[in-house]
Design a protein around this ligand. Structure first.
Ligand code: GLN
Length: 226
């Protein structure tokens, strides 16, 4: 549906520059949803648009159909989980993720993409997809929120990571790529960014720093997926 949509839609307009232009728009500006049930939706929309995507808030099942990727923002994972279920989005979204929809989860969004959660509430569920165990509120009360530069993948400059009641990743499966770890302090070495296939997750909030490289990475992942 994703790749075919543009071709079929522009087919009626036929040959010539119009068609080429339509194809270019489809390939250069993927439409990426931002789950808009709770959390810092606006900041993600802004970051995605700054790196050339078309960002659309997603609250309804029908809004899942036109997107080529989705961002799951930070907030409170237990609340987002409950809202997903009451809005009838939980299963359709989980099915799309299982079908290969690229997703980027930040903080609570990381928790939603985890196959396993430590310190979850009794009835908390996750959408899953990333073979990892995540610990909620892992950094503890005294450092509820803090900021630190973290080395990220092979990028030449570190990412300024803002952690807000953040999870860390306790364990990852073999096919999960570790992108960033905390450097120093009590949490030294803890994993805070991962990629597993078309799924990307960070413990921190790049959407609040003005550094859009993580969003650009995700948009590239969506483009690669075609
Ligand atoms: N502590 C929150 C949770 O468990 C996550 C916090 C955040 O997204 N900033 O979901």
């Amino acid at each position: 549906m994703r790749g075919g949509g543009g071709g079929a839609g522009s087919g009626g307009r036929g040959r010539g520059p119009g068609r080429t232009l339509a194809w270019l728009v489809v390939t250069t500006a993927p439409t990426i949803g931002v789950l808009a049930l709770q959390g810092d939706v606006r900041e993600h929309v802004h970051a995605l648009e700054a790196v050339g995507a078309t960002a659309v808030p997603v609250k309804l099942e029908s809004e899942l159909h036109g997107i080529q990727g989705i961002v799951l923002p930070g907030g409170e994972s237990t609340v987002i989980d409950k809202l997903l279920r009451s809005f009838g989005l939980f299963e359709p979204l989980r099915d799309r993720l299982r079908g290969g929809l690229p997703a980027y989860g930040s903080c609570a969004g990381m928790i939603l993409l985890a196959d396993r959660v430590t310190d979850a509430t009794a009835d908390q569920q996750t959408l899953g997809g990333i073979d990892m165990t995540v610990r909620r509120n892992a950094f503890g009360r005294q450092v509820d929120s803090f900021e630190q530069d973290v080395a990220y993948a092979d990028w030449p400059a570190p990412v300024h990571a803002v952690f807000i009641r953040a999870p860390w990743v306790e364990q990852v499966g073999e096919s999960v790529e570790v992108l960033a770890r905390v450097d120093g302090g009590r949490a030294d070495g803890r994993i805070v960014a991962v990629r597993h296939g078309a799924l990307l997750a960070t413990s921190f909030h790049p959407e609040v720093t003005g550094d859009h490289r993580v969003h650009a990475q995700f948009v590239d992942m969506v483009r690669e997926r075609g």
